[in-house]
Ligand binder design. Structure first.
Ligand SMILES: C[S@@+](CC[C@H](N)C(=O)[O-])C[C@H]1O[C@@H](n2cnc3c(N)ncnc32)[C@H](O)[C@@H]1O
Length: 319
């Protein structure tokens, strides 16, 4: 559980042997999975296929899906093997229709993928829901390669059940940007304000996200999970597409990012994860969230650009 030879500035979360018993109390295990079980604010340790039929249809206001991509990768005890595209599509079809049944009539769903699996995802989602956007996340880090371009972007498909009736709160996800060419009209600042840290404007978020880094060792949200999503990224999805008190469902919860962020933002959650170790990390992060609800990069009710910590502090001190 302990990261070996951890450097002093390394904030990666660890779990001590003596914490495991109490963290296990927070998890619903496969032998407790049955119809009528308490699923609200729970991390369920089991195969998603076993759990879905025990959850009520339409219970989730927002579903965030970050499944294994079509790559060979180990997730703790789970080995996922890359496969032909049509076989990967069959894999998606083995759980997606049932996951979809859990979405409320006015609900929204997001699914993350990379360039290789994104087409299969789009085809599968479009069979059941109305796809209304594709967000491109420029995640910055990616493994260099000599024979191909480095892969440093991901897609996030955005779909709803009813395109005439869904919740989207743009005011909750505004971006605070530094104004490079401040325009004045009759001597007055036009759509920007001057603060201690400089000149800023709140702008509408687009479907290209270049303000979010993947979690790394110096961030306190970091865990040993190999494909952990950033809290800031999920905060945008949750703030835009759910209200306080709504339920966020994540069928491939990993280290529990969706549940942690839901908790920090006053939403309920339900997550399924097959690997016990990742469930323990999720449980520990959720416990920590009760004491610290901060989300890196989301300060003062707005989302900040990368590397703007100083401005965030100065700006918030002004208020
Ligand atoms: C891409 S990761 C999700 C990471 C997560 N978004 C986070 O921030 O930590 C996919 C997760 O699905 C889990 N998984 C794979 N197959 C599963 C299954 N059949 N049932 C439940 N979980 C599964 C893996 O163990 C892995 O943790």
């Amino acid at each position: 559980m302990e990261a070996k030879g951890k450097a002093s500035r390394n904030k990666t979360l660890t779990i001590e042997e003596n914490e495991i018993l109490s963290l296990r109390q927070e998890i619903v295990y496969y032998d407790e999975v049955k119809e009528g079980m308490d699923y609200k604010d729970k991390i369920i340790c089991d195969d998603v296929i076993n759990v879905l039929s025990c959850l009520p249809d339409g219970f989730a206001d927002l579903i965030i899906i970050d499944p294994p991509y079509n790559l060979s990768r180990n997730f703790g005890t789970v080995k996922f093997e890359a496969m032909k595209e049509d076989v990967y599509e069959e894999y998606l079809m083995s759980w997606f229709p049932e996951v979809c049944r859990k979405l409320s009539p006015k609900g929204s769903l997001y699914m993350c993928g990379d360039w290789k699996c994104t087409s299969s995802m789009q085809r599968v989602i479009a069979r059941y829901l109305k796809v209304i956007n594709r967000i491109t996340w420029q995640r910055e880090k990616g493994r260099g390669t000599k024979a191909n371009w480095k892969n440093s972007m991901e897609d996030i498909w955005y779909a709803v059940r009813d395109e005439k009736n869904y919740h989207y709160d743009v005011e909750a996800v505004m971006m605070r940007r530094k104004v490079l060419a401040p325009y004045r009209e009759n001597g007055q600042a036009k759509d920007w304000e001057e603060c201690d840290g400089g000149k800023f404007r709140n702008t509408h978020p687009s479907n290209f996200w270049d303000d979010i880094s993947i979690p790394f060792w110096s961030m306190k949200e970091n865990t040993p999970h190999p494909t952990q999503k950033p809290e800031k990224l999920y905060a945008k999805l949750i703030l835009a597409s759910s209200r306080k008190g709504d339920i966020v469902f994540d069928p491939f919860a990993g280290s529990g990012t969706s549940a942690v962020v839901a908790r920090k933002l006053g939403r309920h959650y339900c997550g399924i994860e097959i690997d016990e170790n990742y469930c323990l990390y999720a449980a520990k992060r959720i416990k920590n969230a009760a004491m610290d609800s901060s989300i890196q990069g989301y300060v003062g009710g707005v989302f900040w650009e990368r590397n703007s910590k100083e401005e965030q502090i100065k700006n918030n001190n002004n208020k």
